[in-house]
Each structure stands twice: as C-alpha cells, then as structure tokens.
Write a protein that binds this ligand. Structure first.
Ligand code: SF4
Length: 382
C-alpha cells in the first residue's frame, strides 16, 4: 500500500469513455511504454497484431522507456486508429485493460513523489476532470488515502534533503511551496492581488538564487511582508496586449474548440465582456482559484515548469493573462458566460497549452527579449 495525498475531487473521477466530448484519443500523440510495446509484439490475436504492426512504431527520441518507447501513428484527422466508431478503445475491448500503455492507463492523472509521499492530481485537459476540478468550491480540499500498487509513471520525484539540492532553493521545497499555495488560497482577496503577491515572493526567491544566498531562504520567508498593492478595477491594456502576444505564440493548434474560442475572444466586445466577466466571477471565484491551485500542486510550483523559479511564475501569470483576456472576449462575443462555456474554454485551453511542445520555451524567451519578465511589468499589468 502507498500513502497518497490527493484533492477531494479525485474520489469522483471516472472516465466517461464514448460519451466524452473531447476524448484524449483525439489530437494528441499516443505514447506506448516498452513493456506494453513488447506485449503487443507477442499478442496472439492475429487481427490485433496486424493493427499493431501497421500503426505502432518505435520512437527515435525516447525520453523515458516507461513512457514513450513507441508511438501510435495517428490517422489523418489526428485520431488514435484504435478508437472505434463509438469512441471506444479496441485494444481495451479485445485484449483488456492490462494491454493499455502506461500513459493511456493513467491519463488524466499525474503522480508526483514529494519527500517520500505520493501526490495525485488530474489535468483539466480532460473534460470530466475539468468539471470536477472547476465547478465545486470545495474540490481542492486535500485528503490522505492508502492505495495498493506502485505507479509506473512518476512525473516528478523530489526529496529536498537529497545532497544534489544542497545550496539550492529545492532544499527549502516544502517551505517555499507552502507559502506559494497559501498565497494563492487566500481567496478573500482578488486573484489579481494574489498573482501580485506570488510575484513578489518568487522574485525574492529568484534573487536569492541569483546571489547564491539560498541559505537565507527560511529567514526571508519568515520576515517577508508583501507590499500594499491595489489591482486596477479595469483590465489593463498591458494585460490585453501581453495576452494577445502570447496567444500568437500558441496558435495555430489542432484543437477546433480552442481555435473557435480564440476566434470569438478576438472578435468580442471587450467592454461588454468585462462587465459580464466581473459579474460572473464575483459569484464563481472558485473556478479560477481551483484551476490555479490544482496547477500549482500538479506542477510543484515554482520548481518544475521552467529552469528558474521566476520563469515558472511567468508561465503561471501567462495562463492567468490569457484566460482572463480570452474569457472577457468570449463573454463580449456571446453576451453571456455560463459554467459550460467557462469549463469548455479552460479544458480546451489546458489541452492545448499543457501539451504544446515548444510554448514554454518560446514564451520564456519572448518574455525576456521584450522586457515582460520583471516584477515591474507584472505590477503594470495587474
Ligand atoms: S479525456 Fe477524460 S473522460 Fe475523455 S476519454 Fe480521456 S480520460 Fe476519458
């Protein structure tokens, strides 16, 4: 048995298979781990063996044999060829669940190991997971469970006491993470204020790292007080321009849903949208809170998404800017915002951004080149 920490929403998750409106078997590379690949080579079902020989090929760029030893060649319309007309997996249907690859078995779950404890979260790129994460105000309460078995894919495994992390910020992993999560969970202040407070924390941490003074982290965390900061009531032109810039780096994408939302967002009446957005989120603040807290837990914020903690913050801020500006545009285009629209938008955006091969790299370099990657810029945008 393994001890696991997970958000409450996870208890209710079950893949809805053929009823799914944006199946994970459409639009994405399908990875096959080495063990599953070998089981396909030895399968006795001749019909399935023929299909495996036709569609599965060994990967030239393996990052982890437990993940992407081989790949499935998608059809021209970017579907997994093992998906039947009822949107059900024929590998699972004819051979059983144990023939599914690690990625197919575990998606949309992410498993991390932090100081010996497993953490499980879901990705909102799955429509069913998105509904569970975003719609329930209490979805991000955490609990501890014991589950049998080992996890074949552990995305991040961190032990802050490990020698390799001495004299780095990772040596204070839990302390830093707790401060960041606490800041984002203070839902009585506007999310713009929390984004700003987080920027101040991470900016300070980045400076400690740059000055090789990470041993001062506990002291700084203890003494640090955020500056008074009043976010603007209206969405700044700076935030809108920044979001438009970043969306240009993201597009074009395979997702028809996200492409449609991006198009609506660019055509919507911004002033009207802003009024609708403010009124909708004054009632439903938990949607964005849950999205960001889930993302921060899943990505071990601010440690894993980029090489530097400040760059990881910029990626969080980038998501905030795009989501806010595009939802305002969509509200201005549709004349309303509903739970269905907001969840479908965030789900399609997550599917695009979380699996974009080059976005983080392109975005970080663009931010640095254009002077966006600074605390002063964040203050001017919020
Ligand atoms: S996206 Fe989620 S609900 Fe849809 S098929 Fe995949 S795991 Fe199931």
């Amino acid at each position: 048995m393994s001890k696991i920490i997970e958000p409450d929403y996870l208890v209710h998750f079950k893949c809805i298979g053929g009823d799914c409106e944006d199946s994970c078997c459409i639009g994405w590379d399908v990875d096959i781990d080495q063990k599953t690949y070998e089981s396909y080579k030895n399968v006795s079902d001749l019909r399935m063996k023929k299909q495996f020989d036709k569609y599965i090929y060994e990967n030239d760029w393996i990052t982890d044999p437990n993940v992407d030893f081989a790949k499935v060649e998608l059809t021209q319309d970017k579907k997994c060829p093992f998906l039947n007309a009822d949107k059900l997996c024929i590998i699972q249907k004819h051979l059983g669940e144990k023939y599914l690859s690690n990625v197919c078995t575990y998606y949309p779950r992410t498993v991390n190991k932090v100081n010996g404890m497993y953490e499980l979260t879901l990705s909102p790129s799955c429509p069913e997971a998105a509904r569970l994460i975003l719609l329930n105000p209490d979805a991000m309460k955490m609990h501890e469970v014991e589950k049998p078995g080992k996890f074949p894919i552990i995305t991040f495994d961190v032990d802050q006491k490990s020698k390799q992390y001495q004299k780095t910020l990772v040596a204070y992993f839990s302390e830093v993470r707790t401060i960041c999560l606490d800041t984002m969970m203070h839902s009585y202040s506007p999310i713009e204020k929390r984004m700003h407070d987080l920027a101040e924390w991470v900016d300070r941490l980045q400076k400690l790292h740059n000055q090789r003074q990470t041993h001062q982290t506990p002291e700084v965390l203890l003494k640090f007080r955020n500056k008074e900061f009043d976010p603007g009531i209206f969405t700044s032109r700076t935030l809108k321009d920044y979001s438009d810039n970043m969306v240009q780096l993201l597009l074009p994408v395979d997702s028809e849903t996200y492409t449609m939302f991006a198009e609506e967002a660019s055509r919507g009446d911004f002033e009207l949208g802003e009024t609708i957005y403010s009124s909708y989120f004054s009632e439903k603040r938990h949607i964005l809170d849950n999205y960001f807290v889930n993302l921060m837990v899943k990505n071990l914020f601010p440690f894993t998404e980029a090489d530097q903690v400040w760059d990881a913050y910029m990626m969080l801020f980038t998501r905030f800017a795009i989501i806010k500006v595009q939802l305002i545009g969509i509200a201005g285009f549709r004349g309303e915002l509903t739970d269905e629209t907001v969840v479908a938008y965030i789900q399609s955006f997550s599917k695009v951004i979380e699996h974009h091969r080059t976005f983080v790299e392109k975005a970080v370099s663009h931010q640095k080149k254009n002077g966006f990657s600074k605390l002063a810029f964040i203050e001017s945008a919020l």
